[in-house]
Design a protein around this ligand. Sequence first.
Ligand SMILES: [Zn+2]
Length: 235
Amino acid sequence: MKTIPAALHIPELADEPGLVHGFSTTLLGSVGLTHAPDREPVLASRRSFLEVLGLEHRTLTTAGAIHGAAVARVDEPVDLIDDVDALMTDRTDVVLFTTHADCYPIVLWDPEKNVAGLVHAGWRGTKKGVAAAAVGSMRQEYGCRHIRAGIGPGICGRCYQVGDDVASQFERRFVRPDDGGKFLLDLGAANRNQLEEAGVDAVYDIGMCTKESYLFPSHRRHPDGKRFGAIVAVR
Ligand SMILES: [Zn+2]
């Protein structure tokens, strides 16, 4: 019998001694509070997610995810930083957290300075350059020189149908027409390009599409308000 894993990881970043990261699957249930009819199951799912990553009883510091490009430095555990889409820390008592259902989580890690970051990137944030802004902030705040990036699960370039209003805001190489007069936008590729242009040492990609995988909630597949979570912490 096949079992669903509780959390998945970017393989190339999974064995970093100083980094904890993961993406919760549907096994743990939805971790999104905003559209939840009942808070308690969501909070229980979040506790389970922490336990799976060996972070029992820790506080999740959640990025508000407002589809912007602002970045916050987190120096102590707080529940919510509501006006940003990216968080970074060098503190081992801080656990960074974002929720997703097609938007991409991006993990940033500097093994030299032991600084970690977590980015929430939908099309608006990608257009505004949130991943590059987070890389820039890690350099500015902590003197990071060797940042590695990992792109987590998100809606892929075969599945993410958008109108001309969105498609026209991206470089043509990230967009192609679909059969029905709309366009397919490859947000993963746009973020990879953005991170490479920002000069990170490496960009890894878990290569999983939320709309195509039963392991993650997808707004486009089922717009039911369910979310998976991304956690990043310094060990
Ligand atoms: Zn897909």
